[in-house]
Design a protein around this ligand. Structure first.
Ligand SMILES: O=C(O)C1=C[C@@H](OP(=O)(O)O)[C@@H](O)[C@H](O)C1
Length: 188
């Protein structure tokens, strides 16, 4: 939902995003506030879904320095930047997963990544034309968090929400994972 906010904020139509009970509890402030700096208009119920995204607003580029390490926030802002006038950048001080960057580059977007003393500066320009290509999405890599918790693999991501969430995984989740795997046999 956070990524969709970035895509929909720059469209020529209004959108309403709803979620199930769980998704409706997730905080959306982290995307609503920065998107407002790009002139996006998003109504929410105290920063939670349902979200009404008012299109027809020309988005303006912005240079962001997010206070939290969040792949979803970074992706949301880069996706919004594709429909904004000028260059939108996100300074990533702590590395988060980079699937959006890789996907956009694969689709022909001129996405720049520059190492600086303060982190990686990721930038896109507006009005990009994306090239349609085949994409294979095997599964959500985050499900690996169930196992990486034991191996401490999230250490390198720093003290962000992914790490906190992986630490809160209970052993019962291994049983859920086995069920999940039976349902999704192509899971790798
Ligand atoms: O911002 C992010 O990149 C993420 C936020 C998390 O969501 P919640 O903060 O809603 O749990 C979770 O989906 C995942 O750890 C990635």
């Amino acid at each position: 939902m956070r990524l969709m906010c970035g895509i929909l904020a720059g469209q020529k139509f209004d959108s309403v995003l709803i979620g199930d009970e769980s998704l409706s509890k997730r905080p959306m402030k982290r995307v609503i506030e920065p998107l407002a700096l790009m002139n996006a208009k998003i109504d929410s119920i105290e920063n939670h879904a349902p979200l009404t995204i008012h299109g027809k607003n020309p988005l303006t580029a912005h240079a962001f320095e997010p206070k939290i390490a969040s792949a979803q926030l970074k992706s949301c802002l880069l996706l919004a930047g594709l429909n904004a006038s000028g260059e939108t950048s996100v300074l990533e001080k702590t590395q988060t997963r980079d699937h959006t960057e890789r996907m956009l580059q694969y689709l022909g977007v001129n996405l720049q990544e520059t190492k600086t003393a303060n982190g990686t500066l990721i930038s896109v320009s507006g009005k990009e034309v994306l090239t349609a290509k085949d994409l294979n999405v095997p599964s959500d890599v985050f499900i690996g968090g169930v196992f990486s918790r034991r191996g401490g693999l999230f250490e390198k991501f720093g003290n962000n929400s992914e790490k906190r969430r992986s630490e809160s995984v209970k052993d019962g989740d291994y049983r859920s994972f086995t069920k999940f795997r039976r349902r999704h046999r192509s899971f790798e």
